[in-house]
Design a protein around this ligand. Structure first.
Ligand code: SAM
Ligand code: SF4
Ligand code: SF4
Length: 363
């Protein structure tokens, strides 16, 4: 583990290099802790802000049209920069890295980055994808050292799915991607379904029936007010309790213990032993008190909450000649100041706050 430092003077955070260089080195507990005692264990890395889908709840077409100003290539962190940061985060206690986006499989030669991250050692390496390119890439990703994948799939009905991804992408190709991932050994596979009222709640049961006994873990995600482009309304959220009710009436369920403290999904299993599902209740049952996640956006900005207003520019440090210790100290200082708990305090007022978009920060 790296040398752990206490809080850098908050006033120096405006100047990253000054903050990084002034930070003292102390090792009180061996782990970083934020102002609410939460450690830094997970890092989500967005490798591109682009996507081949236009899911209506994430990248609505009228906003993300042909002229949308996606980041130019020079602004993206290179694989070398990402791997260097990952090593620094690992040294500060991060145990799990999830690659995401945008659509991470659109980033060319992603398996090269996976191999570089696998080389660090001691990391659980996962990836979240819409599955469109998984059929082609699953084997290479596994060979490079990826442990598992989560695949997003919002409906089994082809017409509903095509309407939700809004690029007319067929469900069969995603199912092929899931099969390819399973064959490559990227298991257990999690299948994530965002449920939006009036769009796909009638797909809850067909999805449950399809994935029960498949060995894959279907998880239902409450539709969230990330960013500002999706026109989120509370009325569009289907609470997890409702999801459990709908499934449980046909396929009896019972709750099971979390795999580890702070697990985001609440687990349920089918009473007949045919598998388990999870519900992620980010809106109706906030889990901020256990949130150990940091997010590295495509351009190297670090965010300590999905609903953050501003990130801290780590790319400026990387490209400005800072040493690993200096960057590590800066990360430690940012984490020590962290007080985020957006979902716990969500209200009409918080909804109006400026927020970054999910496709940029990485879901
Ligand atoms: N493109 C990849 C994918 O779809 O899996 C990775 C990035 S995507 C932003 C990550 C996850 O965020 C997906 O499972 C997606 O369904 C979810 N997501 C996007 N917008 C959301 C929203 N408003 N509420 C809840 N989940 C959302
Ligand atoms: Fe793309 Fe994923 Fe967002 Fe859908 S949820 S638009 S696949 S980034
Ligand atoms: Fe973590 Fe922020 Fe989500 Fe709360 S709202 S669980 S602090 S990312």
């Amino acid at each position: 583990m790296a040398r752990i430092i206490p809080l850098t003077d908050a006033r120096t955070l405006g100047d990253p290099l000054a903050a990084a260089r002034s930070a003292p080195a102390v090792t009180p507990t061996g782990m970083l802790a934020d102002t609410r005692g939460r450690s830094l264990r997970d890092l989500r890395i967005s490798v591109t802000d682009r996507c081949n889908f236009r899911c209506v709840y994430c990248m609505p077409k009228d906003v993300y049209g042909h002229d949308y100003p996606f980041l130019p290539h020079a602004e993206l962190l290179t694989f070398e920069e990402i791997a260097r940061l990952a090593r620094i985060f690992r040294a500060h206690g991060v145990e799990k890295i999830r690659l995401t986006g945008g659509e991470p499989l659109l980033r060319k030669h992603l398996e090269r980055l996976v191999a570089m991250l696998a080389d660090i050692g001691g990391l659980d390496l996962t990836l979240t994808t819409n599955g469109a390119l998984l059929g082609r890439k699953a084997r290479d990703l596994k060979a490079a050292g990826l442990d598992r994948v989560s695949v997003s799939l919002d409906a089994l009905d082809d017409e509903v799915f095509r309407a939700m991804n809004d690029v007319d992408f067929p469900v069969a190709r995603v199912l092929e991607g899931i099969d390819a991932a399973a064959a490559a050994g990227l298991a257990p596979i999690k299948v994530n379904m965002v449920v939006k009222r009036g769009m796909n709640e009638h797909e809850i049961l067909p999805m449950a029936r399809h994935f029960r006994a498949s060995g894959h873990i279907l998880r239902f995600i409450e539709y969230m007010d990330v960013g500002h482009t999706n026109g989120w309304r509370m009325d569009d959220v289907v609470p997890s309790t409702e999801v459990i009710g709908i499934i449980g009436r046909e396929l009896p369920l019972e709750p099971i213990d979390p795999n580890y403290a702070g697990e985001v999904a609440v687990r349920w299993r089918y009473r007949d032993g045919s598998g388990e599902i999870g519900v992620i209740s980010s809106v109706t049952r906030a889990f901020c008190s256990d949130c150990t996640r940091a997010r590295l956006a495509t351009d190297g900005k670090l965010y300590t909450c999905l609903f953050a207003t501003e990130g801290v520019d780590l790319r400026a440090l990387l490209r400005g000649g800072a040493t690993d210790d200096e960057i590590g100290n800066h990360v430690a200082a940012i984490w020590a100041r962290r007080a985020d708990r957006y979902s716990e305090i969500r209200s009409e007022n918080t909804r109006a706050l400026p927020k970054v978009e999910m496709s940029y920060i990485g879901g």
